[in-house]
Design a protein around this ligand. Structure first.
Ligand SMILES: Cc1cc2nc3c(=O)[nH]c(=O)nc-3n(C[C@H](O)[C@H](O)[C@H](O)COP(=O)(O)O)c2cc1C
Length: 226
């Protein structure tokens, strides 16, 4: 189980994406999904620590979503090690390309059904990387709303059992409502989204309750997009 969710063991598509092979072939993962006629659930892990607890938890949610229906395709984008600048006005360099450009094709995928956003809890709120990512989503609501009616679920991981996970989730949900998305929670015990507790030295799979909430979020997302 632990091995499965070692984020080094990305599925083949994510591996190819990471390795740049897909880009060489001229197809983004989202483009491949579209050709397969599947509905895409995209997940963004917003921890600067690549492959750690947030990334593992969103992979658990994605796997749960995928198990609901074979027509669901999943993709994890780990922002760890990536550079995403927050919003800057044009005169201060907003045109400078950064890693957000790599994410845009998946966010604009015609078969995108929903997005799971995962964040670590930083001082009872989302990470600055997550805030920067959300600010950059402005290009998807102006001049045209491109995420309208997409399902959005949120997951957060904190070092304390009650470290602000629900507060961070609520902030992200509030931001995403500006896109006129459909906010999705989980099943009982996870109605607000997935809340995880990193109490086991980064082995998040040991947080049985939290992992259960991640699975419940994934299942609800699957139900919402199919
Ligand atoms: C700057 C900073 C602030 C943090 N603030 C909180 C907090 O308010 N509440 C909490 O439960 N954990 C807090 N943590 C702990 C992280 O949320 C926790 O370690 C989480 O698992 C990190 O996610 P990652 O493993 O994906 O990087 C903080 C960590 C950092 C670095």
């Amino acid at each position: 189980m632990k091995e499965k969710y070692n984020v080094k063991n990305l599925n083949r598509r994510n591996f190819l994406y990471t390795a740049g092979t897909v880009a060489v072939a001229g197809l983004t993962p989202a483009a491949i999904s579209a050709t397969e006629g599947k509905t895409l659930i995209l997940s963004i892990s917003c921890s600067p620590r690549k492959g750690k607890t947030t990334a593992t938890a969103v992979q658990v949610a994605l796997d749960a979503a995928k198990s609901v229906n074979p027509q669901i395709e999943v993709e994890l984008i780990d922002l760890g090690g990536r550079h995403i600048a927050g919003y800057l006005p044009p005169e201060q360099g907003s045109q400078t390309p950064d890693d957000f450009e790599l994410i845009l094709p998946s966010l604009k995928a015609p078969n995108l059904g929903g997005i799971i956003i995962g964040t670590p809890v930083y001082f009872q709120n989302m990470s600055s990387l997550c805030a920067a990512f959300l600010e950059r989503l402005a290009v998807l609501c102006q001049p045209q709303l491109l995420l309208v009616n997409k399902a959005v679920g949120v997951l957060s991981v904190g070092a304390y059992r009650n470290g602000g996970q629900e507060l961070a989730i609520a902030q992200i949900q509030a931001a995403m409502l500006c896109h006129e998305v459909r906010i999705v929670g989980g099943k009982p015990g996870a109605h607000q989204g997935a809340t995880l507790w990193n109490a086991f030295k980064d082995d998040i799979m040991q947080d049985e309750f939290g992992i259960d909430t991640a699975k419940k979020l994934g299942v609800r997302m699957a139900e919402a997009v199919i």
